[in-house]
Design a protein around this ligand. Structure first.
Ligand SMILES: [Zn+2]
Length: 89
């Protein structure tokens, strides 16, 4: 049950990162990730992967281009590590 829940959360994480973070130009960058709601949103703020500004500031991922497949995997990895850690408490 828990495994299945994690897979679902991970697929949401990929979905959010691909649509809200990966494109080259994001009109509302800095505001695209709500502060509450989905556990992925909360994890994004906690891991500084909520917007391209934070990705650049904390992870040195340049803003002016699309994210690569590897960068998307990296971001989703950070999000999932945070969520797994939170759930063990
Ligand atoms: Zn941010």
């Amino acid at each position: 049950m828990r495994e299945k829940g994690m897979e679902k959360i991970e697929s949401h994480a990929y979905d959010f990162v691909t649509k809200r973070l990966a494109p080259k130009a994001i009109p509302n960058d800095g505001k695209q990730t709500p502060m509450r709601g989905h556990p992925v949103f909360i994890a994004q703020h906690a891991t500084a992967t909520c917007c391209r500004g934070c990705l650049f500031k904390w992870w040195r991922i340049p803003k002016d281009r699309e994210l690569t497949r590897q960068e998307i995997d990296f971001v989703v990895g950070l999000i999932m590590a945070f969520i797994k850690k939170e759930m063990e408490i």
